[in-house]
Design a protein around this ligand. Sequence first.
Ligand code: MN
Length: 319
Amino acid sequence: MKKEALKRIYNEIKKYNTIYIVRHIGPDPDAVASEIALKDSILYTFNTKKVYALGTGVSKFKYIGKLDKINNFDYENSLVITLDVPNISRIDGLELQKFKHVIKIDHHPFVESFKGIEYIDEKSSSTCEIILDLINNTKLKLNKEISSNLLIGIISDSNRFMFSPCDDKVLVKVADLIKKYKINMQELYSRIYMRPMSEVRLMGYIASNLKVTKNKLAYIILENDIVSSFNADASSASNMINDFNNIEEFVVWLFVTKDIKNDLFKINIRSRGPIINEIASHYHGGGHKYSSGARVKTEEELNNLINDLDNLCKNYNKD
Ligand SMILES: [Mn+2]
């Protein structure tokens, strides 16, 4: 079943000369690494195709590779491949509705149809793991650089094989890559996890100011002037949420940052028990069972979201 679907994707890729690859706004390493790895693999396999990896570049992820800029799109005869994004409004780099041929590849729960081929594997640790499956089951080619990028996505989305889903199969696949391409894991890990001291100081600020309720919910509202005083931006502050896992005093935790440009609150939520994506979906968000995001316009909505999550924790602790 899975193999057939992957072969079908390969046959589509084979058909088109121009391919645009996109992923979600506010990228993370899995989003960027998957688009660059897929682009490189297609080009390595078919050297006459034109393949572009699109979306806003983030200086933090420059080590993964360069993104492309396009002014004139071919809407009729091209193929768009969307990676790591379940809803159209979060696609970065092009207007999906204008294109005729689309393939969606994702590991998030289904949100909406992109009106093309859909390949969703919620059991995958990352989109990079799915791209590896695609390459392993078709004639798409792999090399050391592509393998390193796929590993970056798998390692960071699974938080070093700690988050669910992460099973024996992914470890075997990763081991095969390391062996075949003689990947230096220490070097790879330091590329992913190297950070400036200012970031660690900001983490210290968050740790000191996180509010924890008696129902085991933790939250913090990060004002932009505070974040910038640590030389960080809102999105990197928000991404630090993964570093606050496995803390005894809370089971759900959220970081709130302010998006001044769009005048809204962005909320990043994590859980190590209660299922949170249901509540997130009521607040213009969604995501995985234990890892979600939301965005709200008003302080009232924000308070409601915090209350809903607090009640979720209360009910969870009862069980
Ligand atoms: Mn992902």
